[in-house]
Design a protein around this ligand. Structure first.
Ligand SMILES: NC(=O)c1ccc[n+]([C@@H]2O[C@H](COP(=O)([O-])OP(=O)(O)OC[C@H]3O[C@@H](n4cnc5c(N)ncnc54)[C@H](OP(=O)(O)O)[C@@H]3O)[C@@H](O)[C@H]2O)c1
Length: 275
């Protein structure tokens, strides 16, 4: 069985490693150490955001890693309050990261009450044109928000990064996005630890059957259902556990049983309410 991280080809021709490492809620002062650990474990795809306040730590870890820039995949995101000056916000992110380009730049939330996401997207189109973001995408977009971008702008987002885990699979927006060639990134892939996902019988039984942990089974479910994921952990042990998912496969019936855990279990904010 293939044991390297699989890649997904985006609608702009660039490829993205399907498994990465996220740094939401990683303390800025701890970020360099934690991301350095993640790179030593083997992760090459890092997901941060301006609002996390830890882009500098991510950049410091990259700078001291000795890993070629071309081997890394780095995503950051435009915060809602900066949708009106996305070009400046992007420059600030790039400077904190110490990079001359990012692989993927996202609008973090549509924040529809502000009425600016279409203009922000036009700025992201310019950033992509300049080569300083290889790919551009969105996050937390509902079908209606995607419809507006598709109708009013030129570039189809490469990804939509949305809350997605077994209890909240967002079938409607996921199916719409995939039909339009937009890849799905699943944030909160482990349910952010906010509900007893690992105790669900179907997860526990699959873990036992494959001699893996429940977290590994859930990450495997994401990979096999086509999601791009970047689970977060402060612990090097759990980072390694979450990365060690490439040497086994769930059966179709195990995947279906985990998909059966859907119950509209949103853990984070609704995209229409986060401003
Ligand atoms: N676009 C957005 O709006 C948005 C929103 C949220 C997140 N994200 C992105 O998605 C990434 C992942 O989501 P997330 O961090 O919110 O949630 P997550 O990855 O689903 O869950 C992280 C939680 O699970 C725990 N955990 C990790 N591995 C574990 C394991 N093997 N066994 C048991 N517990 C484990 C972590 O604790 P320890 O640290 O103690 O291990 C942490 O409490 C973020 O880091 C961020 O990059 C994006």
């Amino acid at each position: 069985m293939k044991t390297s991280v699989p890649s997904i080809t985006l609608n702009d021709g660039h490829t993205i490693p399907q498994l990465g490492f996220g740094v939401f809620k990683v303390e800025p002062t701890e970020t360099k150490r934690i991301v350095s650990d993640a790179l030593r474990v083997g992760y090459r795809h890092l997901d941060t955001a301006a609002i996390y306040g830890n882009e500098q730590g991510v950049g410091d870890a990259i700078a001291t890693s000795g890993i070629d820039r071309g081997e890394l995949y780095v995503t950051t995101k435009l915060w809602n309050a900066r949708q009106g000056d996305a070009l400046d916000a992007f420059d600030e992110s790039l400077e904190k990261l110490g990079l001359d380009y990012v692989d993927l730049y996202l609008i973090h939330w549509p924040a529809p009450a502000n009425g600016r996401f279409v203009d922000a997207w036009k700025s992201l189109e310019k950033i992509r044109e300049s080569g300083r973001a290889r790919s551009i995408g969105v996050s937390n977009f509902e079908e209606a928000h995607l419809q507006r971008l598709l109708a009013e702008t030129e570039v189809v987002p490469a990804v939509n990064q949305i809350e997605l885990h077994p209890a909240h699979q967002q079938q409607k927006v996921t199916e719409f996005a995939r039909r339009k060639g937009i890849a799905i990134e699943a944030w909160g892939p482990l349910g952010q630890g906010k509900y007893p996902l690992f105790e669900e019988t179907v997860v526990a039984v699959a873990a036992e059957a494959h001699d893996k942990t429940p977290a590994q089974v859930v990450i495997r479910w994401h990979l096999q259902t086509g999601n791009i994921v970047f689970p977060k952990s402060n612990s090097r042990e759990r980072m390694a556990e979450n990365f060690d998912v490439l040497d086994f496969a769930l059966s179709d019936s195990e995947v279906a049983a985990i998909s059966g855990l859907e119950r509209s279990g949103r853990m984070g904010g609704h995209p229409n309410d986060v401003n």
